[in-house]
Design a protein around this ligand. Structure first.
Ligand SMILES: *Cc1c(COP(=O)(O)O)cnc(C)c1O
Length: 235
């Protein structure tokens, strides 16, 4: 993609976020745009940074590590959004500020140990991935597993982690089911907030290129957008 198209796409998306938020009676400031740079080159990410983009999402450690160390001086914030095998947890501290895809106690424990072993002081912001639409192809906890999961997490008192909210993926090509999933995630967050005194457990990561408007209407605080910024990914 050319310089102008990445910065133009970002400007269009920011404009659109403002419009949708406004119509929904929300503040655009409460919505973080995470630019999903998976399978994109370092140069493409640099162009997005030059256009003012701060938050980036990656779904594999391998791909992320070709970029993150190179861009340390830019002050970018990195979000891990893919399925993480617990043996790779040690690569999270120092590289990522957020993980959106915690889906097992084992993974949470491994990341916590990795944080303790590292020299990183700031806690890692963690979201629990929920498979709200209950699709067999997706990772994440089932809806009814979330409350017991949090109960266990709180009893373990894992160090180095800050539990910030929930994440989900919509149903591709089905706006109605996608909206239902996003509403379901919001209700689940509200339920967790009622049942547990978790400070700052207030983030909803939902919405991608094709459904981020619906997500904003339904309360998303983080949207994860790749294609609409960088163009179609190569297979
Ligand atoms: C790839 C990916 C996105 C971005 O998808 P686009 O359709 O390119 O916007 C968002 N979230 C997750 C978890 C992804 O893997």
């Amino acid at each position: 993609m050319s310089v102008s198209s990445i910065s133009r796409n970002l400007a269009n998306i920011r404009h659109h976020i403002n419009q949708v938020a406004d119509q929904a009676g929300r503040l655009a400031d409460e919505i973080t745009l995470v630019a999903v740079s998976k399978r994109r080159t370092l140069d493409e990410v640099k162009l997005a940074i030059e256009a003012g983009q701060k938050d980036f999402g990656e779904n594999t450690i391998q791909d992320a590590l070709t970029k993150i160390p190179e861009l340390e001086a830019t002050g970018s914030r990195w979000h891990f959004i893919g399925h993480l095998q617990s043996k790779k947890a040690k690569l999270i501290p120092g590289n990522f500020h957020w993980i959106h895809s915690v889906d097992s106690l084992k993974l949470a424990q491994k990341i916590s140990h990795a944080m303790e072993d590292s020299s990183v002081d700031r806690p890692l912001n963690c979201l629990i991935q929920v498979n709200v639409a209950a699709e067999a192809s997706k990772f994440g906890l089932n809806r009814d597993e979330v409350v017991p999961f949090i109960e266990r997490l709180l009893s373990l008192e894992l160090r180095g982690l800050r539990w910030r909210g929930l994440m989900t993926i919509g149903v591709q090509g089905d706006d109605k089911q996608t909206r239902a999933a996003f509403i379901g995630l919001r209700h689940l967050l509200e339920q967790c907030q009622h049942e547990y005194a978790l400070t700052d457990f207030n983030q909803l990561s939902m919405g991608m290129s094709n459904d981020y408007s619906i997500a904003i209407e339904e309360g998303a605080t983080m949207i994860r957008v790749g294609t609409a910024i960088f163009g179609q990914r190569q297979a």
